[in-house]
Ligand binder design. Structure first.
Ligand SMILES: [Zn+2]
Length: 305
């Protein structure tokens, strides 16, 4: 499975340049630097009927006082910085969108830029104190680490692996389930976080057994994409069960159904089924099983993964 919405970045991250302590200050003085400003999880975009592009800008004086991270460079040598802005657009004349809203509509470069910046911004916001001694931390290495102001320990951006799985039975029906936080009719494939000491495949088998009581085998890799809400990497798998008898853990799953392709088409046509949005790996996995795109006129507004 490829062309996942958030796994399309094209920039060279140029990691070795992060070691230069003057990199960010110098790039902020260069009018050719392209700035992606993030304000409360939103970036400024230019929308057309068919697609959407990030509105990148030249550096501004205020950027020197903001959290700024080096996002990479393109093949023409243009450098890209992300900055975390302070206040939402004051005049309201420009369009600001979340990654969930526009991730599937952006170009490869823009989708990668936004996903990287969103993940880094989330990490910085949540790691302002040292986990070793509790003192404050500050950004270093062009925004790719935080360093403790007391003991000097270095702390790196975190990515939490999560597995997501398209479980099928011997009749090739797909298992769809609803967790308690989703509205009625909203169904998706199962997912869960990988635990310490566990392989990805073992996490798939454990999560499926815990949530719906199925024993799965033939766990196969499908694809992966970053999901920075706040810091996941979603790794997609297929898995098969011989015995489709469900035993739900009602704290995790309120409803689970086996669907054939015919069932799914009827549910979509009847409007009784809310499917995950195109930006999500879940949607792409369901379509991968289905054998093609699933048309749904109204995209859900509360995407899960
Ligand atoms: Zn410390």
């Amino acid at each position: 499975m490829h062309d996942l919405s958030l796994a399309r970045g094209t920039l060279d991250r140029a990691g070795l340049r992060r070691r230069d302590p003057d990199l960010v200050p110098l790039l902020l003085k260069d009018p050719l630097t392209r700035i992606l400003e993030l304000v409360e999880g939103r970036a400024q975009v230019i929308e057309s009927e068919r697609d959407c592009a990030l509105r990148l800008r030249a550096p501004e004086e205020q950027d020197a006082f903001r959290l700024a991270v080096f996002l990479g460079q393109d093949s023409q040598g243009t450098s890209y910085l992300g900055v975390v802005g302070g206040a939402p657009d004051p005049d309201g004349t420009t369009v600001w969108r979340t990654l969930r809203e526009v991730g599937a509509l952006l170009s490869d470069r823009d989708a990668g830029l936004f996903a990287t910046m969103q993940g880094l911004a989330n990490w910085h916001a949540a790691h302002t104190y040292c986990p070793v001694c509790g003192a404050t931390t500050e950004p270093d290495q062009a925004g790719w680490i935080r360093r403790c102001t007391q003991d000097g320990t270095e702390h790196y951006p975190r990515t939490d692996p999560a597995v997501i799985m398209a479980v099928t039975d011997t009749a090739d029906r797909l298992l769809l389930a609803r967790n308690p936080h989703w509205p009625e009719g909203r169904l998706s494939v199962l997912a869960g976080f990988v635990e310490p000491g566990e392989s990805l495949e073992a996490a798939v088998a454990r999560e499926v057994f815990e949530e719906v009581g199925l024993v799965v085998e033939q766990v196969g890799y499908l694809g992966n994409q970053p999901w920075p809400f706040p810091s996941s990497l979603m790794v997609g798998f297929t898995a098969r069960t011989v015995d489709p008898t469900l035993h739900l853990d009602h704290q995790e799953i309120v409803e689970a159904v086996w669907v054939s392709r015919e069932d799914l088409r009827e549910m979509v046509l009847a409007g009784s089924f809310g499917i995950s949005p195109t930006v999500s790996i879940a949607r792409r996995m369901i379509e991968h099983w289905y054998g093609g795109p699933i048309d749904q006129k109204v995209e859900p507004t509360t995407p899960n993964r």
